[in-house]
Design a protein around this ligand. Structure first.
Ligand SMILES: [Cu+2]
Length: 679
């Protein structure tokens, strides 16, 4: 007996790579039976990697006496005795998270359909982290408003003789770390969301996040934020989802004759078969030392990819040169399974460092050409030839974890580093769809360079319910969900809102900041700048714009802005040198307007931003939306408002191109009580 070998599939797999053989079709033949020549050659099918959500980080829970849930936004009467307290509300949850080196493999389609580069990278390892995909952190989930979250962070990286704690605004101390809960509305002080501490090798630290009971439910994430090693660690895949769940339905309060807003989760739980996908999008930029001319060697054949001092650097062109793919939950071009007509909630997190993602879904033609054997540079033409369907519409229900109203209907979403986007997606036909990171003009991207198309994933849609018109299908499904979830006045209002362009007004997390609220407070100005006239180049932030422009690199010993607890203020954000995503910790902001260099507000729905032949779609529709990260394009003025609520302490705002942050594009901010405040 012998088995035929589909040698063509194996010959391109070098020795150091371990191909998975489960995909090989073998045919058993009897020797000398003469059939061998008559059989068609065996076709090797590429091994599909079905996308799974990242593993959940296990937690231990301590029961504490339950109190009735505090109410949301405004306080109705307490003590009616009718409040139902879910068993999972207001608990004390303990997570263990280790940082260590992990040997692993990352698929490299440029070298063949089953080729994997060997890599050796720092990673978050939880108690049950999947060994298959170490380079996505486990999800911190089942966290509810009112919970206390304790994270025992253990740094098991080796001591680093090259680490000089005195260095500042350079890439340094790659084995030192800490933890940031990106987007969480919690205290920045002490052992809460404090990124101004360094947790060094062989040290541990327990972070304690007291999630307030009026915290919005939504998609947040966590990553290291130690100044000097942030980019190196996040670019290694050290990023995970942090999901706050909510079970507060909107309420009608007779006494105030008004509604109290609730969690979008309570509407979506009324959908009969919704599927939830957590997609952590990462850009793991491993390299293999240097070439003779001193340039970075991206070819890791016969060696192991790393992110270390010798081969770690960033420039706008490196992501393209590296040939790396944006991965999803640690997988390169995974297959996502869906049913026709099934609504999916995609919780997307841009945890990458250096490439804008412009997300499109297009029907794929039935072809044999293999997308798992494709250099990243070939993905553009491959996508144009094979993903020929019109882009389908989908609905963004939250930006940066915060529910937006109305749901934003689009066929192209822009995710910049740090952004989250919650989309309701429904695939109208059975068959395959391409998930494409489509091309974008230089003016729209985080690299300020033109980006070509990339293939992120393929969705395999099996036959299900027929969808003739996505718009009415989505509306009908959500209205049915509202009827399943709510009754009385709440049901009536939610349904009426959904009928009006899918308004989600009863699920918005924060009351809008009015003109009156900011009429008598200070105006903040912020400008990003890169000074290329100095050696080395300086990455800077200015507290003033125009004639007050005075950019400075980060100084850990300087407080750049002192803000008064309880104030709401308007900020004008701009950039005097290329595009940078602005991120501020603790309090989110509401977008008031975005003024282009010609003075036009491009945040209004339907605005044309830039070249009318290829307009940038990322700003139109953002007026009034709450976020914690926003791209600030060179020469634009992004006007936002924010409240300094509840929390005092020191924290940061910075550029979310994390290598810019490490090199100085960051400021210290301090919120103080009124008694300590002076201009
Ligand atoms: Cu920047």
């Amino acid at each position: 007996m012998f088995a035929t070998q589909p040698a063509q599939a194996l010959q391109e797999v070098p020795q150091e790579s371990t191909p998975s053989e489960t995909f090989l079709e073998t045919q058993v033949l009897t020797p000398n039976d003469g059939l061998k020549e008559k059989l068609p050659p065996v076709q090797a099918r590429p091994e599909k990697h079905i996308l799974k959500n990242p593993p959940l980080l296990k937690f231990r829970q301590r029961s504490i006496p339950l109190l009735p849930l505090k109410t949301y936004q405004t306080a109705p009467e307490l003590g009616s005795g009718e409040t139902v307290v879910p068993e999972d509300a207001q608990a004390d949850k303990v997570f263990d998270l280790n940082i260590q080196y992990v040997n692993g493999k990352i698929r490299n389609p440029a070298k063949g359909e089953e080729y994997y580069d060997n890599v050796y990278l720092r990673a978050y390892v939880g108690t049950e982290t999947s060994v298959e995909n170490p380079y996505v952190a486990p999800t911190i989930d089942e966290v509810y408003p009112g919970d206390t979250v304790r994270i025992n962070l253990q740094n098991n990286l080796p001591l680093d003789a090259n680490c000089n704690e005195e260095e500042n605004n350079t890439f340094h101390c790659f084995n030192s770390s800490n933890l940031h809960g990106h987007g969480l509305w919690i205290s920045p002080a002490g052992n809460s969301d404090n990124v101004l501490v360094s947790i060094n090798p062989e040290e541990s630290f327990t972070y304690e996040y007291n999630i307030p009971d009026d915290h919005p439910a939504g998609t947040f994430w966590y990553h290291p934020h130690r100044h000097g090693s942030t980019a190196a660690q996040v670019a290694s895949g050290m990023a995970g989802a942090l999901i706050i769940r909510g079970n507060r339905a909107p309420q009608w309060v007779e006494s105030s004759n008004d509604f109290i807003n609730g969690d979008i989760d309570t509407l979506l739980s009324g959908l009969d078969d919704m599927q939830e996908e957590v997609l952590v999008l990462e850009q793991i930029q491993y390299a293999c030392g240097q070439n003779d001319d001193g340039s970075i060697n991206w070819d890791c054949s016969g060696t192991t990819g790393k992110i270390e001092y010798g081969n770690f650097d960033f420039s706008p062109s490196y992501w393209g040169e590296s040939g790396r793919y944006t991965s999803i939950n640690g997988e390169v071009i995974p297959t996502i399974e869906a049913n026709q007509g099934q609504i999916q909630r995609w919780r997307m997190i841009h945890a990458g460092v250096r490439n804008t993602i412009s997300l499109e879904f297009r029907k794929k033609v039935d072809i044999t050409s293999n997308y798992l054997k494709l250099a990243a540079s070939e993905a553009d033409s491959w996508s144009q030839e094979n993903c020929t369907g019109d882009p389908i519409d989908y609905y963004i229900i939250a930006e940066d974890g915060l529910t937006r109203s109305p749901a934003w209907k689009t066929n192209l979403t822009t995710l910049q580093p740090g952004y989250r986007s919650d989309a309701l997606v429904v695939f109208p036909e059975a068959g395959d769809y391409c998930v494409i990171d489509t091309s974008a003009p230089a003016s729209a991207t985080v690299n300020s360079t033109v980006e070509s198309r990339q293939l992120l994933a393929v969705v395999e849609v099996s036959e299900g319910s027929e969808v003739t018109d996505i718009d009415s299908y989505m509306k009908d499904k959500l209205i049915q969900a509202a009827k399943n979830s709510f009754d009385g006045k709440v049901e009536e209002r939610v349904v009426r809102n959904l009928e009006n362009r899918l308004k989600l007004a009863l699920f918005e997390p924060h009351p809008q900041i009015t003109d009156e609220e900011v009429a008598h407070t200070h105006k903040q100005e912020m400008a990003f700048f890169i000074d290329t006239s100095t050696t080395p180049t300086q990455f800077e932030v200015s507290n003033g714009i125009g004639s007050s422009f005075d950019p400075k690199p980060y100084d850990p010993n300087r407080i750049d802005r002192k803000l008064k607890l309880g104030d709401a203020e308007e900020w004008v954000l701009t950039s005097y040198f290329v595009n940078h995503p602005f991120h501020i910790h603790v309090n989110p902001f509401q977008i008031v307007k975005i003024i282009d260099p010609n003075g036009k507000d491009v945040s209004v729905p339907g605005a044309i931003d830039g070249d009318p032949n290829q307009p940038d779609p990322e700003y139109p529709g953002l007026k009034g939306v709450w976020k914690d990260t926003i791209l600030v394009k060179e020469g634009y003025a992004v006007v936002v408002r924010t409240r300094y609520e509840r929390y005092i302490g020191d924290f940061v705002q910075h550029c979310h191109i994390l290598d810019h942050e490490d090199q100085g594009m960051m400021q210290n901010i301090s919120i103080v009580p009124a008694s300590e405040f002076s201009h």
